[in-house]
Design a protein around this ligand. Structure first.
Ligand code: PLP
Length: 380
């Protein structure tokens, strides 16, 4: 038995066997996992070539297809966080000289520009004011024949949703890549219906699992035009397909890297929980929680940052009231209430807070908690 120790209010509690304080994670991720995902982590560990595990992996891919709204054969959880999903998307599809148009309306669009540039692509960036959605017309007009167009579905840095359908409708010969890290499991995603060629997500946001996996999907059109030998060994989709995804059902699994089996079992459980509840019900639960938070913040006299009509329910950006020390409030929320919220990003670091209601946290009681805590700390 671990003995009880008391270190500080920021770290350790006195509960034996449970050395870390339980936090309510209402920032931009990670969110508190679904209980099913946490329970699954306590299961006996399986080998990565164990037939039982491979069955769970195949089922995980099936479940991901349902969430992504796709029939893509090549759908799998990559063994790394969401940013690796981004990197895999670019490194497998674009190389030196390829033209890539990136819609930039926040930090993650910015990151896409960086990643595409490192692949040697000729990047055409289309900048938007932060807090605004992507303007499809401007993006489509930026270059007559790009190989790839990339956009972020749910910009976690600003709390903005952008519609992917208009981009898909006008993409012509280009491939369309979507970052669905904060949208998947929170708001509807329909890749096939919309016409998105490849997309990725992350386990720790609305999917309600710990960080560590990047769900990834790529359609035939993008697959046919991929780079045969990408510069990344680890994220080479052709090689990964020998183990997961492409080989599903064929029986011939070959070792590439050791899949994080415990994490996959956990994600499998979270996805099962989401599908049991029903995707529509899960989306409605997020929408309702977001609405309650937006209303509650307005009642506290606070202003929302993201453009009206494009606000994400799962990630709310709110302007820090004048003369309030943004970081001090966040510290106090954490110390007094064990509630974590996020600060702003870039130029908005000190003037915006980000409040996440993702996955298991998309519930009225979490909204009530964060509103009550904010009210107390702000003295309103
Ligand atoms: C969190 C996030 C990422 C990066 O994911 P990591 O898991 O932090 O690597 C990428 N895009 C968006 C929109 C995100 O919110």
């Amino acid at each position: 038995m671990p003995t009880s120790v008391q270190i500080s209010r920021r770290g350790t509690t006195t509960v034996p066997g449970m050395p870390l304080r339980a936090r309510t994670l209402l920032g931009p991720g990670p969110s508190n996992p679904y209980p099913e995902a946490t329970v699954a982590l306590g299961q006996p560990l399986l080998g990565h070539l164990d037939p039982v595990f491979l069955g769970i992996l195949d089922e995980t891919s099936d479940r991901l297809r349902q969430l992504f709204g796709t029939a893509n054969r090549r759908t799998l959880p990559l063994s790394a966080t969401g940013s690796a999903g981004m990197e895999a998307a670019f490194v497998n599809t674009v190389g030196p000289g390829d033209v890539v148009v990136v819609a930039v309306n926040g930090l993650f669009g910015e990151r896409m520009v960086d990643v595409a540039s490192r692949c040697g692509a000729e990047v055409v960036r289309v900048d938007h004011e932060w807090g605004q959605p992507v303007d499809a017309e401007r993006v489509l007009a930026a270059h007559p024949s790009p190989k790839l167009i990339a956009a972020v579905h749910a910009e976690t840095s600003t709390g903005v949703r952008s519609d992917l359908e208009p981009l898909a409708a006008g993409k012509g010969d280009a491939l369309l890549l979507a970052d669905c890290v904060t949208s998947l499991g929170g708001i509807p995603v329909q890749l096939d219906e919309w016409g998105v060629d490849l997309a990725y997500s992350g386990s720790q946001k609305c999917l309600g699992t710990a960080p560590g996996l990047a769900p990834f999907t790529i359609g035939e059109r993008a697959w046919e035009r991929r780079i045969e030998k990408p510069r990344s060994w680890y994220l080479d989709l052709g090689m990964l397909g020998g183990y997961a995804g492409a080989a599903a059902g064929s029986g011939g699994r070959t070792y590439h890297h050791t899949a994080p089996t415990g994490m996959v079992v956990s994600l499998h459980a979270a996805l099962g929980r989401i599908l049991d509840e029903g995707l529509d019900a899960v989306h409605a639960r997020h929408a309702e929680a977001g609405r309650l938070l937006h209303e509650g913040l307005a009642e506290l006299g606070m202003e929302l940052f993201a453009a009206e009509g494009h606000r994400l329910p799962e990630l709310t950006t709110v302007c820090v009231p004048e003369s309030v020390d943004s970081a001090a409030v966040r510290d106090e929320l954490l110390e007094r209430y064990d509630v974590e919220i996020g600060g702003g990003v870039g130029a908005y670091a000190a003037t915006v807070w980000r409040i996440g209601l993702m996955g298991a946290n998309a519930r009225p009681e979490r909204v009530a908690l964060v509103l009550a805590a904010l009210r107390a700390v702000l003295g309103r």
